[in-house]
Design a protein around this ligand. Structure first.
Ligand SMILES: CSC[C@@H](O)[C@@H](O)C(=O)COP(=O)(O)O
Ligand SMILES: [Zn+2]
Length: 208
């Protein structure tokens, strides 16, 4: 069982690793873990900071209204999406990044409203998947700056979403029951998105 100090250190370690992989450049990305379910409290990255430099003492605590209840930083506007994911799926952690591959593919397949991925062994990194011989639909939503509106658009599809979704031209949200499961899901999605992109460049006529 992680205590609060360890949880803060663990979340900072995950944020730093994601930034190091180039998946959260230029202050992009936000990251949260559920501190307590009732009343709901998230431990979260502060808004507008370099995500490669977040220290344990920089993390903020936010309530179910997205208000800062502890810490000096500002809450991200995208806290509304973290809250929607946690409240709808029961996730214990939510990780959001802006990688080159998630940004490119989210725009390319926006009109389809989803990206279908099939046949890769790495699909088994998603909780509950036991074979590569399956197709998983990653939902894609149009981006919007009104996060309350965006959360309402996303919410009906969250229960059936494969621990992630894309916002077109924006980025990837991934989640899991724990911080480590959420991190695995983010890494699995980034891998699957990169191979999908590279496969399309190898064989441009292949329809995904
Ligand atoms: C580079 S600006 C990106 C932001 O608008 C946003 O999408 C993002 O992911 C980070 O916002 P933040 O307010 O720091 O949580
Ligand atoms: Zn973002």
């Amino acid at each position: 069982m992680l205590n609060l100090t360890n949880l803060r250190e663990s979340l900072c370690g995950v944020i730093s690793d994601i930034h190091g992989k180039g998946w959260a450049p230029g202050t992009g990305g936000n990251f949260s873990v559920v501190l307590q379910p009732q009343p709901l409290t998230l431990l979260m990255s502060p808004s507008g900071v370099d995500k490669g430099q977040v220290r344990a003492s920089d993390l903020i605590e936010v309530n179910a209204q997205g208000e800062v209840i502890a810490g000096a930083g500002k809450a991200s506007a995208e806290t509304q999406l973290h809250l929607a994911i946690v409240q709808t799926t029961g996730a214990g952690a939510v990780l959001h990044g802006h990688s080159v591959f998630n940004t490119l593919l989210s725009r390319h397949f926006e009109a389809q409203g989803k990206l279908a991925i099939a046949g890769y062994e790495m699909l088994k990194g998603l909780n509950g998947m036991t074979t590569h011989a399956a197709t998983v639909d990653l939902p894609i939503f149009s981006n919007h700056q009104d996060m309350v509106y965006l959360a309402q658009q996303v919410m009906p599809q969250l229960a059936s979403a494969p621990y992630g979704f894309l916002l077109a031209g924006h980025g990837l949200y991934a989640w899991g029951s724990t911080l480590f499961e959420a991190r695995r899901h983010l890494e699995i999605w980034e891998f699957l998105l990169e191979v999908t992109y590279r496969e399309l460049t190898l064989n441009p006529l292949k329809s995904v």
